[in-house]
Ligand binder design. Structure first.
Ligand code: KG4
Ligand code: ZN
Length: 347
């Protein structure tokens, strides 16, 4: 099966062509062509996502991105079996552009339409070849700009929500903390880069300390709002009063604090549910410290639990992951009935 997949939930306009494949007898997804246009640079001027601006950029990008995908692939419209689109969660204006475009293509080409939950797509990015394919059951840590969830995947379709953030999402906390320190949007990569610039051998007087919220609580819940506020207070309100050195130390401490709580809660879920795999997913999964520390913590805990994380380009928003859900667990929908669901949950 070949699927043309569209992702337009926030500030990326992404289109991909994917096909069903198999790896050692296990179903997986092969990417034929994958194009992502981002309005992050434009939004950076505003210090973050302005929904109207993001939607306007979606309108401008969607047709050129579809054309680029179709022209770069050896596949033509005749070979496409279905059209897939993310219908939530996300910004309603951005979602509408992808959804209406997908409907028109499905109707004009007389192909079935598949609706895809964007957060589930982040998780199923772990089924994109040529990476190894996860064994289930698995514990999933899904960390994006709008959501942070810990889930149990008993099968591809039977998922249980174990816990998540009670306030800000991890990515949102990175973005807001970065803004308070005068760093560009998106804040996650900016904070991570600055954090990595801090050398070893710091003297005691140079330490800054931020809280690790809820780390000792016996549940799978998380909270990032207090951590973000603590950073903003330590940055003493005004970015101009911050020395470059202190900014870098705060970035390092913030990166470590977020990583520590995410790793601790995921490891707790591994201890309780004893899965075969742990899946990391979402934009914050691009964070090097989180990837490394989660992998090494799992290895230290249990040799027989495998760790999976998508390639960097499939962590942040992309359409290949939308195609992955369409292939692995298709949810067909009557085109004229499909509406955006901005508040859709992962399960
Ligand atoms: O999944 P995603 O691309 O979009 C949403 O569905 O929200 O996630 C975007 C989020 C942003 O908050 C961004 O700051 C964060 O992912 N992010 C990172 C890194 N790269 C992107 N956070 C920490 N470290 C990174 N390297
Ligand atoms: Zn996302």
């Amino acid at each position: 099966m070949v699927v043309l997949a569209i992702e337009s939930t926030c500030d990326e306009t992404a289109v991909a062509l994917v096909r069903s494949a198999s790896d050692e007898g296990q179903a997986c997804v092969e990417v034929i062509s994958n194009v992502t246009a981002s309005s992050a640079e434009i939004l950076s001027k505003y210090g973050g996502v302005v929904p109207e601006v993001a939607a306007r950029e979606q309108v401008a990008a969607i047709i050129p991105v579809i054309n680029e995908v179709l022209h770069s692939a050896t596949v033509t419209q005749r070979h496409i079996d279905a059209v897939a689109v993310a219908y939530g969660p996300g910004l309603v204006g951005s979602l509408l552009i992808g959804i209406e475009t997908a409907k028109v293509l499905a109707l004009a080409w007389k192909k079935p339409l598949i609706r895809v939950n964007h957060m589930a797509a982040h998780v199923l990015a772990n089924w994109i070849a040529p990476s190894a394919i996860p064994q289930l059951p698995a514990v999933g840590l899904v960390v994006s700009g709008g959501h942070t969830d810990i889930i149990l995947l008993k099968s591809l379709t039977d998922w249980e929500w174990l816990g998540g953030t009670r306030d800000d999402a991890a990515g949102e906390a990175y973005d807001k903390a970065a803004r308070a320190m005068g760093l560009p949007y998106p804040g996650g990569p900016a904070i991570a880069k600055l954090a990595e610039s801090v050398g070893r051998g710091l003297s005691r007087s140079e330490f800054v300390r931020l809280p690790r919220p809820m780390i000792d609580q016996d549940n799978f819940d998380l909270s990032f709002s207090g951590l973000k506020t603590a950073l903003i207070q330590q940055a003493s309100g005004s970015a101009s009063q911050l020395t470059e050195k202190r900014k870098a130390l705060l970035a390092k401490e913030f990166n470590e604090a977020v990583t520590e709580v995410l790793v601790a809660k995921t490891i707790k879920a591994v201890e309780v549910y004893k899965p075969k795999s742990v899946l990391l997913a979402g934009g914050v999964a691009a964070n090097k410290l989180l990837r490394q520390n989660l992998e090494s913590s799992i290895k230290n805990l249990a040799e027989d639990v495998s760790f999976f994380v998508p390639e960097l380009k499939y962590c942040t928003d992309n359409a290949a992951m939308i195609g992955a859900v369409a292939i692995m667990r298709p949810d067909y929908v009557e085109p004229l009935l499909l509406r955006p669901e901005p508040g859709l949950e992962i399960i």
